[in-house]
Design a protein around this ligand. Sequence first.
Ligand code: NAD
Length: 318
Amino acid sequence: MKKKILITPRSFGKTNDVPFKILEKHGYEIIRNQTGEKYSEQQLIDIIEEMDGIIVGLDPISRKVLEKAKNLKVVTKYGVGLDNIDLRAAKRLGIQVTFTPGANDESVADFTFSLMLSVSRHIKQLDEIVRNDCWGKIIGTEVYGKTLGIIGTGAIGKDVARRARGFNMEILAYDIYPDENFAKKIGLKYVDKKTLLKNSDFISFHVPLTDEMYHFIDEEELKMMKDSAIIINTSRGGIINEDSLYYALRDKKIAAAALDVFENEPPINSRLLELDNVLLSPHCGASTIDATNRMGLMAVEGLISILEEKEPKYLVKI
Ligand code: NAD
């Protein structure tokens, strides 16, 4: 009987069909999420029972889902953020987890800079002005030479820092594991959280959503920031308390924010949608042809390696 593989990410194989061809060549039966949205926990519970492997995006791979899977050997994360997978349950049930580190770093770093520049120069509003047959100007702020605070100097944080060099920015950074060699090479300075928040013109988040990082930015932290500060979040929504962010933006305690990620995705009924000083995007920091091609190939490598009892290149060590 053919092994069954569930594939949930909508962009999987979209820019290049090679990942599908590889799976077909190995004789797997492919089941795709056709709903146009990420699965709910219940939808996964209903479908997971017979699956041997799953390539997953942001869908909730909870304990209940994993316990329902009778044949599951591998969960392959199409990306790097593992917060939607219950790793402890996977370990207990003997299910291996692979991921695609490094596949989308540069795309997310590019996107972070796109957001920073777009918010600073009000690109969205300028486009609207011209479309509405107007010709008004909006005065923005420069990014060049400003102070950038990077929270999390892993793969993406470092790529953002490299870009910031070209913009002659002063770079402050915060990480539980500071990389002093990198700091020396790039010329960034590791500081404590408070110093970073108080002194940065732009604050960009590149940390995983762990229990420790949940609501890492709340009312108190927002109060420490400059009233001209601009927040960029391409990591995970839960890192910033969205209620506190709403009040800080509404009351102009900080200048603006650009958010690619939200506590609930999509952010239906979020009050953030009412504000003009927030730029919103639907979790697409990694959505480039380049990253999609790489993630597809790395995902199938991990999945097939586990199913064929070989050593995968990118195993999550649980
Ligand atoms: P990474 O693992 O390479 O880096 C994470 C960094 O955060 C590490 O340096 C780590 O030491 C630091 N860190 C972890 N816990 C911390 C804590 N409690 N306090 C301070 N620092 C802490 O990850 P990455 O590849 O750079 O990705 C960062 C995050 O970006 C991912 O976890 C994911 O949530 C998000 N992401 C978003 C998109 C998107 O489409 N928007 C795409 C890819 C990744």
